[in-house]
Design a protein around this ligand. Sequence first.
Ligand code: FA5
Length: 324
Amino acid sequence: YQNEALQVISQCGELSDIEEARIRFLGKKKGRLKEIQTQLSTAKPEERPELGKRFNAAKNAVEASLNSRKDELAKPVKQAAGLDVTLPGIASPLGKRHPISKTISEFKEIAGRLGFDVADGPEVEDDYHNFVALNIPDDHPARDPLDNFYLSVAQEGAGGPWLLRSQTSTVQIRVMEQVPPPVRIVSTGRVYRPDTIDATHSCMFHQMEGLYIDKHVTMSNLKTTLKMIATQYLGDDIAIRFRPSFFPFTEPSVEVDIQWGESWMEVGGAGMVDPNVLKAVGYDPEEVSGFAFGLGIERLCMKRYGVKDIRLLYENDLRFLSQF
Ligand code: FA5
């Protein structure tokens, strides 16, 4: 009995095997021990004390062997590889969405609720879509090579000169070239300018362009739309103001400011689409009118989260990013 039991126990590979062996060799109801006990009661009285001792010794040996095998199995890996799987694990940090990506999704959703579809355009643009069709004449300072990232590499196909787009207004033209009015789209994406970098300027940043062309679109539609976008993103308390301004592709034009501490911060440009732009894409300015706006995503995002320096958004410091 004892030899057989120790043999079986030494081969147990799992805690469930140990339990099985315990029932088989020590079980009180019909285990092997019980059988031996029954036989003991039929032994001659003078042999009983000796048999009883051997019975107890065997039982104790089997019990001890079961317990020690059980302990061994409870820490199998530690013994196999010097690795303690019972130590707390190293948690893998969960990634989070970048605040700029979050802001872009929210803007698209707000614009969607206001009835705007989403459009997209390329980041590498030709001179025609970035300037010409937007009524920006050849001698305009915005076309200065020092104010743009022109590409020296010739692009496939005709056109050019090519540059990294300096504004998402390019997408206005690309959309109007494709579809007849009415048009109601927003487009978000990166734009590039060799601006001097400071707390509110980066040489790559994001804009959200909006364009609404239909019959009888007015300046008050524009102001209402911008106010709704601003309040839905920044809350009803946000102070917003419009300043007269100039853009070659809108007339009249405004710049949009939001409150920034004690003063104001410019967050976008907007206006009524210039008839020359409508003509450039084959729309009839006598038939339709419209408004357009271009908002700086970073500055609105900074206002929302109280970020004081735009550079924080691009340094990829996890101590900063993990707060969003
Ligand atoms: C434009 O880019 C026009 N295309 C906007 C527009 C669209 C006017 C449609 C009319 C109709 P502006 O250069 O002012 O305008 O830039 C718009 C916004 O982009 C600014 O108000 C600002 O919020 C943001 N912006 C401009 N330059 C930078 C920069 N270097 N870094 C971060 N944000 C910037």
